[in-house]
Design a protein. Structure first.
Length: 279
């Protein structure tokens, strides 16, 4: 009778898993499951942030003027939620994947790759959820199909443009939308062309009941305010871009690492008890 002994050094060189079936390099079932959980978790966390005032964007041109801390807190929120959501998705994919027989290095790479694919698929699902939510918002249109929605970041400036005590009834949406498009033309690198400025002046004069000279002064003042609002909107876009980029990079690393952790727990039969027992 022969008794074989295995030293710790020899055990470390043995394959981690014991399944003799070598399946596909990518297990799509666990990947889609983890990606779906990650995308929905991040979407819910983003919606919750919007509800409590920690959204990373706003239609208001002064959405970040109140506090620098709000900028930092909003950015930290989206980074933490992205990392947490994709870490959960990566762990689920690693934990649920089938066992395979291979070398330790190959198993390690496969586990991390599963987390990275979860990150990619989850990002696509997140974009799809965002577009689905945006498509559910109705957009006003005229009879000929032209949009009558005004630029969101210029709403206050358009209000000032048509403010009038002589005609307090308000201005129709088509006129506001047209004025908004003209203001957008004037907030770029070039000034508003003279014919557009004259037309906008006449539009304000007729809708607000102002003399031509006073309407021209108001148009000049509102154009200057619109340039400031556009500058603030560009800064907001930069904040959003850098914050989302940092969040996605951190989320990719979290998904890779947590997929490896989940697979190690699966291979070594490590799991916290999920049963609630009465002591």
């Amino acid at each position: 009778m022969t008794i074989s002994t295995v030293t710790p050094q020899q055990a470390a060189l043995e394959p981690v898993v014991t399944d003799t079936t070598r399946g596909s390099f990518i297990s799509w079932g666990p990947i889609f499951g983890g990606a779906l959980v990650a995308a929905v978790s991040f979407f819910i966390a983003t919606a919750f942030a919007t509800g409590i005032g920690l959204a990373v964007s706003s239609a208001s041109p002064t959405w970040r003027d109140a506090s620098v801390g709000l900028v930092v807190l909003s950015g930290a929120w989206i980074v933490l939620t992205a990392v947490g959501s994709f870490a959960l998705g990566g762990y689920i994919a690693g934990r649920a994947r089938p066992r395979w027989q291979s070398t330790a290095d190959d198993v390690h790479f496969r586990d991390g790759l599963h987390g990275l694919v979860v990150w990619g698929v989850g990002g696509v699902l997140g974009v799809a959820l965002t577009f689905a939510s945006a498509a559910a918002v109705p957009h006003a249109q005229t009879a000929n199909g032209a949009t009558t929605s005004e630029p969101a970041f210029l709403t206050y400036e358009i209000d000032r443009l048509f403010r009038s005590e002589a005609k307090p009834g308000g201005v129709d949406q088509e006129a506001r939308a047209e004025a908004g498009r003209l203001l957008q033309r004037g907030v770029g690198r070039k000034d508003l062309p003279s014919e557009d400025r004259d037309y906008l002046t006449r539009l304000v004069s007729s809708r607000a009941g102002l003399p031509a000279a006073e309407a021209g002064q108001r148009v000049t003042q509102v154009l200057a305010e619109s340039r400031a609002a556009a500058s603030q909107a560009r800064k907001s876009a930069i904040i959003i871009g850098f914050t989302l980029a940092a969040a996605l990079v951190a989320a990719a690393g979290a998904a890779w690492a947590c997929s490896i952790i989940g697979s190690r727990h699966r291979d070594n039969d490590i799991a916290p008890s999920l049963y609630f027992r009465r002591r």
